[in-house]
Design a protein around this ligand. Structure first.
Ligand code: XMP
Length: 514
């Protein structure tokens, strides 16, 4: 990327394995980039990587349309590490054998080191657990290669040619179930590729600051803050680079979580001294939402209003030519790599259309979410913002099932605040991907409180664990916590007389209710 960072390319053979490998490489402080397997050797050479890693993939190397790689890659002299499918590809393309033994291996198995290998260094045990997930099996190393480890069902579990700097591992070093996996990756990166461990968040900040300054010169830049992590970190980074040239716009839709607006103003205006236009637009949003119950119509109404508010605010900043966006690396590769499954397309609500005539500044384009959080911490943003859970652009609007009114938003905000507070107190906030309340505004049920009959609305508590929001499981919250949530919500939020817990995973459900 720049002279500061060595690059390792991770070739994507499908099914999301590549992202995890890329993250592990970066955790070893080496910059990594994901590329499609259709990349040519020439294109790889042009990127000047210090090493190339082939990811795993769902296909069989023997399948008719099995994804291959330009075999000229092996002659570039750049170190290559194949993992799982990637290892089988190395074996097959260089003349070894991959057989359908009918005995695949799935899950934990025991690896026995049978020869000296730089990948194991001198500190790993001769027998160690590794994580396997394959059907075909490497049975013979290619000519010129040696086998340095085996498992009960894979005679050639690690193959290598020290001379050609080409390595293959049948197991997955990138997963937590392979306890020495990260060490092996590090040996490959540092000892084989001679990569310099310079990818640290402070050097990322330094480099981005320089790039931002170069891009925008002395022009004015605007940034729409959403209250979420990505736009907050992007704004703080741009501010570090160009100070008073940055103006932030925060559109308060009336559909934010409790305390969110105050915190944005407090952090950006008072603490960081960033110029902030706080647009108080709740009334105008509720006006547009009157009578709207269809989820898609709601999203559209909120999205359109957001754009109008932003435009009005930006009109006072006519000299602004640049717009900051908190685009992350997974957004970039999802659209650019044919092998990663296409995941979502409906999440632009709360974003801005492309024809606004700004040039984009995207300082987080190369970063994964965990890296963005670390950059945020390093820039001194408060923990509440850096560790904030994802929140949909249309806000509480898609968590009120039925018409959205200010009163209903207030009810939900109160219930939601209790849920988040109790989960935080229980120390589960970071473990849980998202936890929130949903108001079933059109449903009422009978209850009894004291001597009185009640007829109120139910609140549904939704808590999910997930790695990336593409799939999710309902969180097994402790009963004591659920009990606390339920009694506090019913006692403290008038109008709510019932609490239900959502036990639906994704798929078949989605995380949000609308
Ligand atoms: P679903 O409900 O599709 O949500 O399982 C997946 C993730 O996306 C978030 N989400 C949104 N984010 N604008 C956003 O910026 C939206 O319109 C939107 N809808 C859902 C949701 O909170 C979850 O993290």
């Amino acid at each position: 990327m720049t002279d500061t960072f060595d690059t390792v390319l991770v070739v994507d053979f499908g099914a999301q394995y590549a992202q995890l490998i890329a993250r592990r490489v970066r955790e070893a402080h080496v910059y990594s980039e994901i590329v499609p397997h259709t990349i040519t050797a020439e294109e790889i050479r042009a990127k000047n990587p210090v090493g190339v890693i082939f990811s795993g993939g769902p296909a069989s190397v023997h399948a008719e349309k099995a994804p291959l790689i330009d075999p000229a890659v092996y002659d570039l002299g750049t170190p290559v590490l194949g993992i799982c499918y990637g290892a089988q590809l190395v074996a097959l393309q260089l003349g070894g054998e991959v057989a359908k033994t009918g005995r695949g291996e799935y899950g934990r198995t025991s690896l026995t080191v049978t020869g000296e290998s730089v990948l194991f260094g001198h500190d790993q045990p001769e027998e160690q657990p590794v994580w396997m997930s394959h059907f075909d099996t490497m049975t013979q190393a290619p000519p010129g290669f040696v086998v340095t480890a085996r498992t009960p069902d894979t005679p050639a579990a690690v193959i290598e040619s020290v001379e050609r700097k080409i390595y293959g591992m049948q197991f997955h070093p990138e997963v937590g179930h392979t306890p020495h996996g990260q060490e092996m990756l590090k040996h490959f990166l540092y000892d084989v590729c001679q990569a310099r461990p310079t990818w640290t968040m402070s050097s990322v900040i330094e480099t981005q600051v320089e790039l931002i300054r170069k891009q925008v010169g002395s022009e004015r830049v605007i940034c729409a803050l959403s209250g979420g992590v990505d736009s907050a970190v992007a704004a703080a980074l741009v501010h570090k680079a160009i100070g008073p040239q940055l103006t932030c716009v925060y559109v308060d839709t009336g559909l934010m979580r409790e305390g969110e607006s105050d915190q944005v103003v407090e952090t950006f205006q008072r603490n960081l001294k960033i110029e902030l236009q706080h647009v108080r637009a709740a009334d105008r949003f509720f006006e547009k939402l009157a009578g709207v119950t269809d989820p898609e119509e709601k999203r559209k109404a909120i999205g359109m209003r957001f754009i109008r508010e932003f435009e009005t605010s930006a009109r006072g900043l006519e000299d602004a030519r640049f717009l900051v966006q908190g685009t992350l690396y997974p957004d970039v590769i999802e659209s650019g790599t044919p092998d990663a499954a296409k995941i979502k397309s409906h999440h632009n609500v709360g974003g801005l259309p492309e024809d606004l005539n700004f040039e984009l500044v995207e300082p987080l384009r190369l970063l994964f979410k965990d890296e963005v959080r670390r950059v945020g911490e390093e820039l001194g943003l408060p923990e509440e913002i850096v560790w904030r859970q994802p929140f949909p652009g249309p806000g509480l609007g898609v968590r009120i099932i039925g018409e959205v009114t200010p009163e209903r938003a207030e009810l939900l905000r109160k219930a939601d605040a209790i849920v988040r507070e109790e989960v935080k107190k229980a120390g589960l906030e970071r473990e849980i991907w998202q936890v929130f309340a949903v108001l079933l505004a059109d449903v009422r049920s009978v209850g009894v409180m004291g001597d009185e009959r009640t007829y109120g609305h139910p609140v549904v508590v939704r808590a999910v664990t997930s790695d990336d929001a593409m799939t999710a499981d309902w969180a097994r919250l402790p009963y004591e916590l659920l009990e606390k949530l339920s009694s506090r919500i019913i006692n403290e939020v008038p109008g709510i007389n019932r609490v239900a817990y959502d036990v639906t995973s994704k798929p078949p459900g989605t995380i949000e209710w609308e």
